[in-house]
Ligand binder design. Structure first.
Ligand code: NAI
Length: 338
């Protein structure tokens, strides 16, 4: 009698533990041997939601990067691919993060990368469309304001475009805004939230300081300097690295954070809202970053940017023509380069 009770209790405990177990994801990093790709792959290898990680890069060192990562004692498998093996890396993936392409050198704008990175993103996304058409694609490669629209056109031409599953990663702008505000006000950065909207290049990055939580306020000159630092945070790193690259470690951190949020939502966790650059009707720009609630199918709800003050509204109005032009440039290029 007692032993049968124990067996029943143990079975129900096993069942309840199994039901609590989170779903495992197969993820891929394309551009995995690069400055962002390597630390991003490390962070994803350590993420308990990831059960399988594939690393792809044109660089022949990539299988070695994956071999190195595979020795980390986390419960995920890690394999590396280079050259012609892209589709093998993508097969069955649910989440693909793309930091492939050239980064800026001092003095360059993100748009200066367009000519090189447009075709890189086009070819990688075309392979995703064939090998893992239902995957969430997280685009890091710059200029994000144009590469995400390019990705959408490529997916459309392959007949697999789902706007709920295509994201431009703008998390680094939010990460910078939270960090700089926390530092300025002596706050715990983990408790600071702030929407950063628009795009991911210079003045198209609009931090809504009036909407930060906890509430903060600054004299106008300090607010202007802080806004400028968030908009041009990438330049600060470029300058400090003196020709040695652009932001890589902070981007890997931000990319891994965003990928984790996407996976948590795919797994059924509710109430996750993040700023990300998606196809949008919030403004006249066809793609726009604003708070987006994530769900089991990717984008669940795109929110407007809500109430802003006159200063922030002017920043939005002033940058919208530039953002729209960068989005349209991507769409046009993709349509002309099918
Ligand atoms: P990196 O040059 O260190 O690494 C790029 C990697 O991409 C290299 O390993 C290269 O071999 C690989 N690659 C090039 N063509 C490829 C292809 N066709 N397929 C697969 N891999 C390919 O550059 P880094 O610093 O890692 O930056 C990567 C991109 O991320 C740049 O475009 C940069 O501007 C962008 N970026 C985006 C940020 C964002 O907030 N969204 C922030 C910082 C950088």
């Amino acid at each position: 009698m007692l032993s049968s009770l124990r067996a029943t209790a143990s079975r129900s405990l096993t069942r309840s533990l199994a039901s609590q177990q989170q779903r495992g994801f197969k993820c891929s990093v394309l551009g995995a041997a690069g400055g962002i790709g390597q630390p991003l792959s490390l962070l994803l290898k350590l993420n308990p939601r990831v059960t399988e990680l594939t690393c792809y890069d044109v660089a022949p060192v990539t299988p070695g990067v994956a071999a190195d990562l595979s020795h980390c004692s986390s419960n995920s498998k890690c394999t590396g691919y280079s050259g012609e093996d892209l589709k093998k890396a993508l097969d069955g993936c649910q989440v693909v993060v793309i930091p492939a392409g050239v980064p800026r050198k001092p003095g360059m704008t993100r748009d200066d990368l367009f000519n090189t990175n447009a075709s890189i993103v086009k070819n990688l996304v075309a392979a995703c469309a064939e090998a893992c058409p239902k995957a969430c694609l997280l685009i890091i490669s710059n200029p994000v304001n144009s590469t995400v629209p390019i990705a959408s056109e490529v997916l459309k031409s392959k007949g697999v475009y789902d706007p709920k599953k295509l994201f431009g990663v703008t998390t680094l702008d939010v990460v910078r805004a939270r960090t700089f505000i926390a530092q300025a006000k002596g706050l715990d950065v983990n408790k600071v939230t702030i929407p950063v909207i628009g795009g991911h290049a210079g003045t198209t990055i609009v931090p809504l300081i009036s909407r930060a939580e906890p509430k903060v306020s600054f004299p106008d000159a300090e607010r202007d300097a802080l806004t400028n630092r968030i908009m041009f945070g990438g330049d600060e790193v470029l300058k400090a690295k003196a020709g040695g690259g652009s932001a890589t470690l902070s981007m890997a951190f931000a990319g891994a954070e965003f990928a984790d949020k996407v996976m948590a939502a795919l797994d059924g966790k509710t109430g996750i809202t993040e700023c990300t650059f998606v196809e949008s009707t919030v403004t006249s720009s066809k793609f726009f970053s604003s708070p987006v609630t994530l769900g089991k199918n990717g984008v669940e709800q795109i929110h407007g940017y809500g109430e802003v003050n006159a200063y922030e509204q002017k920043l939005i109005n002033d940058m919208l023509p530039d953002l729209t032009a960068q989005v349209e440039k991507g769409i046009k290029w993709a349509q002309e380069n099918k």
